[in-house]
Write a protein that binds this ligand. Structure first.
Ligand SMILES: C[S@@+](CC[C@H](N)C(=O)[O-])C[C@H]1O[C@@H](n2cnc3c(N)ncnc32)[C@H](O)[C@@H]1O
Length: 248
């Protein structure tokens, strides 16, 4: 306690020796007023998020904070009049199912398309120092179906199996999109996905990149930073491992 009082006094610009009789309660109140207070944690009190996250948790590699950000951004994207939703890199379906659940809750009428090779990462190249190809093959379309259709009882999801966009994009080429989650781990897959979706993304449409700034995914960091040079999009670096792009 003595140490804490010292720290607080110091942060308020007082020297402890000039405070022989410290009113501890007053000092702490003052401290709380001037220090940043980011204790607001809606991911703990949004009942639907908590319930959904607990169901999808064993099916995702993505942490609670990034999951909550996807949850919130889907809600934001529901302000646009139209547009389907796309996830590239579904793995066992965790984030895709969470996105679809929120889309349904927010009244988004269009479908959510979940894409994966189900044989692991593809197109690893010189920009990717850790990924070699084939990682995360420990999944299947059936695992995603079990989560989405049986455990969460969703009816707004279609699963596209194969390399995106090369093998599966033709099934959705006439659609417009409001939101896209790119979780593919490597540069070339991210680039090909964005090149495909960009002309189909509505104005104000959102792309969320997972793995931005992750040591293992330097290709994704490089790709996002390339996009900072583009004048037709806003690029946000979120410190939680997401990068967010909004189309002008
Ligand atoms: C990190 S995992 C995705 C994690 C998932 N979003 C979750 O909730 O944990 C990356 C996935 O991307 C898939 N993938 C990578 N490139 C792809 C591509 N071009 N087309 C389809 N799937 C791809 C891999 O097969 C792998 O399952």
């Amino acid at each position: 306690m003595k140490q804490l009082i010292k720290q607080i006094a110091h942060s308020l610009g007082f020297h402890i020796s000039r405070l022989p009789k410290v009113d501890k309660k007053k000092l702490i109140q003052e401290y709380e007023l001037v220090t940043p207070n980011a204790e607001y944690s809606p991911w703990n009190i949004d009942a639907s998020f908590v319930e959904t996250y607990n169901i999808i948790k064993p099916f995702t590699m993505v942490d609670q904070y990034r999951c909550f950000e996807l949850w919130r951004l889907i809600e934001e994207s529901s302000k646009w009049q139209c547009g389907s939703i796309l996830e590239i890199g579904a793995w066992r379906g965790g984030t895709g199912a969470l996105i679809a659940k929120r889309a349904k809750e927010c009244g988004i009428a269009e479908r959510v398309y979940l894409c994966d090779t189900f044989t692991g990462v593809v197109k690893a190249g010189p920009e990717d120092s850790r990924y070699k190809g084939g990682e995360h093959h420990d999944t299947s379309k059936q695992i995603v179906e079990e989560l989405v259709f049986n455990r969460l009882n969703l009816d707004n999801v279609s699963i596209l199996e194969g390399i995106f966009p090369d093998q599966t994009a033709k099934e959705i080429e006439d659609l417009k999109f409001r939101f896209c989650h790119i979780d593919v781990d490597v540069y070339q897959s991210a680039k090909d996905s964005v090149d495909w979706i960009w002309p189909r993304l509505v104005s104000g449409g959102i792309i969320v990149y997972d793995d931005y700034g992750f040591r293992n995914c330097d290709g994704i960091t490089k790709y996002v930073e390339d996009q900072m040079l583009c004048k037709d999009r806003l690029v946000f670096h979120n410190l939680n491992g997401h990068a967010i792009v909004i189309k002008k």
